[in-house]
Design a protein around this ligand. Structure first.
Ligand SMILES: [Zn+2]
Ligand SMILES: [Zn+2]
Length: 101
């Protein structure tokens, strides 16, 4: 994953902690390169409790690495399937298989 801000690609992983920073921006996981971490206009989502921007986004949840707070990502999160549309599709398929009208 490249830096969300400048598009730089992470070079060979060095042993130990990566200088790249993980964050969440608009409900999506992003990486920030060491240069851009110093930018004053970093537009990362911050934890509502401790204002840390060290967040990770996974499976519709955003977790704060600093205080452990977990909140649901907003519904507009890309890649989240629309479950109601999905279940309607499954029901229609079942109806076809079972010969229901
Ligand atoms: Zn960058
Ligand atoms: Zn926090």
């Amino acid at each position: 994953m490249p830096c969300y801000r400048c598009g730089a690609r992470q070079t060979d992983p060095v042993r130990g902690a990566s200088p790249w920073k993980r964050g969440v921006r608009h409900e999506a996981q992003v990486l920030v390169c060491p240069d851009c971490q110093r930018a004053p206009d970093l537009d990362l989502d911050a934890c509502a409790t401790c204002t840390s921007t060290t967040l990770i986004c996974r499976l519709g949840e955003v977790e704060c690495r600093a205080c452990g707070l977990v909140r649901l990502a907003q519904a507009s999160s890309p890649g989240t399937p629309d479950l109601s549309a999905l279940s309607a599709e499954v029901e229609a398929a079942l109806n076809r298989v079972l010969g229901r009208k």
